[in-house]
Write a protein that binds this ligand. Structure first.
Ligand code: HEC
Length: 147
């Protein structure tokens, strides 16, 4: 006879979060951390455009530094200490510098470029346009040039 279930249902997890009596920021951060953030895949025409554009014109200085500053540093910022301040962005995953970004470029390409679940959709933070995401993919595929 089966006596227990190995994994809690989402409903169980959610009521536990609510029961913890967290503040709004903490609750939202918890929702994100439990991976309820929806994907918003980049339309194919932008993926094709990223593929077919020549390298050389998109750089860290003229594009990427501003992109990360605008859309990622609210959470992935070495100056933010503590899970609540970081909206639960993992400690040590920061995008303050070009070398920080290079260390995570494959995951950045996937999460912010192709899949579109970074930045998280459930928080009031600015979201990149499809054009921005296309430029990000192109910049990474061209080898993350600085200038
Ligand atoms: C509102 C806060 C917030 C913002 C803004 C944000 N993130 Fe995140 N990020 C998180 C949280 C929370 C996690 C951990 C949960 C997860 O992986 O979904 C995370 C995890 C990640 C990871 C590591 C997980 C993996 O897939 O390897 C990457 C890479 C990432 N984010 C990229 C980005 C990029 C790029 C941006 C900007 C375009 C961004 N994030 C903006 C909160 C944020």
């Amino acid at each position: 006879m089966q006596t227990s279930h190995a994994t809690p249902t989402p409903a169980t997890r959610c009521s536990r979060c609510l029961g913890a009596g967290l503040g709004l920021a903490g609750l939202l951060a918890t929702i994100i951390a439990t991976a309820c953030t929806p994907d918003v895949p980049l339309p194919n025409k932008y993926l094709d455009e990223a593929d077919s554009s020549p390298c050389g014109d998109v750089t860290y200085q003229n594009f990427a530094a501003d992109f990360f500053g605008r859309y990622c540093l609210r959470c992935h910022n070495e100056q933010l200490i503590g899970d609540t301040n970081r909206f639960d962005a993992p400690t040590g995953i920061n995008f303050n510098t070009l070398s920080d970004v290079r260390g995570f470029q494959a995951r950045i390409r996937l999460r912010a470029g192709v899949q579109g679940d970074m930045p998280p959709k459930l928080l009031p933070v600015p979201q990149p346009t499809d054009e921005d995401r296309m430029m990000l993919i192109r910049w990474i595929d061209c080898g993350t040039p600085e200038s």
